[in-house]
Design a protein around this ligand. Structure first.
Ligand code: NAD
Length: 264
């Protein structure tokens, strides 16, 4: 490993299993010397997240449901009792009813629209409200987004609308917190087979399409995302805030199907 995160303490939110993007990020940060705390959603995930945290030398594993204000208050109270400062936050959380991650966006229900925005967008702002008080100058926050915010992708639907709002909130948060030396950025990751992604219709097709048509002619891994996260969360990213860094094998620059792409 390197020493880029030596002496830095941070909270990773959104670890579900060893396929999670949060896991790719956490591994890279730990390897660079970071001291990590984890939050998990619900008791069922505790037995998954506990051993993964332990693997990275962390014994701070705290429950948090971002839909619940009291649960978020408790998380930061617990964290504040363990640590007197915070250098980074990783927000790798998103959720929508999978029945609406297929078919037409126009059919989105009011209930799922509101819930998707609450969990996938507002939660990052709510976290930053609390984290701000613990963060030291030079601190850095990161969220995860997807190209479906910028261009229409099949089945991404309400999640695309939510990611567009999340990307806008990154810019507003960067402005508000920049005065205190806190940076706020997003990584726009290419498709990766995770628990959350398995809820998206025809996800295998989307993965294949990206593999055949991205400039690098491959999909990205959670380790690719981890390395970009290390840049944004370490001092290497000291001049970067409000940014949306694409870690998608270059797919976002492509205008049409590659001439060498197989028929699908
Ligand atoms: P994942 O299923 O491993 O992680 C999603 C996490 O969100 C889980 O840990 C889950 O517990 C958490 N979560 C959901 N609702 C929550 C709540 N109410 N309170 C607390 N936590 C809650 O899947 P992932 O793909 O690693 O997702 C991480 C982030 O990356 C998401 O924001 C996702 O939209 C984004 N992303 C994923 C891809 C992809 O292709 N997998 C691409 C771009 C962006």
């Amino acid at each position: 490993g390197n020493n880029l995160m030596q002496g830095k303490r941070g909270l990773v939110m959104g670890l579900a299993n060893d396929k999670s993007i949060a896991w790719g990020i956490a591994k890279t940060l730990a390897d660079a010397g970071a001291e990590l705390a984890f939050s998990y959603q619900g008791e069922a995930l505790k037995k998954r997240v506990g051993p993964l945290a332990e693997q990275l030398g962390s014994d701070i594993v705290l429950p948090c449901d971002v839909a619940d204000e009291a649960s978020m208050d408790a998380l930061f109270a617990d964290l504040g009792a363990r640590w007197d400062g915070l250098d980074f936050i990783v927000h790798a959380i998103g959720f929508s009813d999978k029945n609406e991650l297929r078919g037409r966006y126009v059919d989105t229900s009011r209930g799922n629209f509101t819930m998707t925005m609450d969990i996938s967008v507002y939660s990052f702002t709510a976290i930053m409200q609390r984290a701000e008080k613990m963060m030291r100058p030079g601190a850095s926050a990161l969220t995860l987004t997807y190209y479906g915010a910028e261009q229409v992708m099949p089945h991404y639907n309400v999640m695309g609308v939510a990611k567009a709002a999340l990307e806008a909130s990154v810019k507003y948060l960067a402005e508000d917190l920049g005065k205190d030396g806190i940076r706020v950025n997003a990584i726009s990751a290419g498709p990766i087979k995770t628990l959350a992604a398995s809820g998206i219709g025809d996800f295998r097709y989307i993965m294949k399409w990206n593999e055949y048509n991205s400039p690098l002619r491959r999909n990205v891994t959670i380790d690719d995302v981890g390395k970009a996260a290390l840049f944004l969360l370490s001092d290497l990213g000291s001049g970067t805030t409000g940014e949306n860094l694409h870690v998608d094998a270059g797919y976002h620059v492509v205008g049409m199907k590659a001439v060498d792409a197989p028929d699908m």
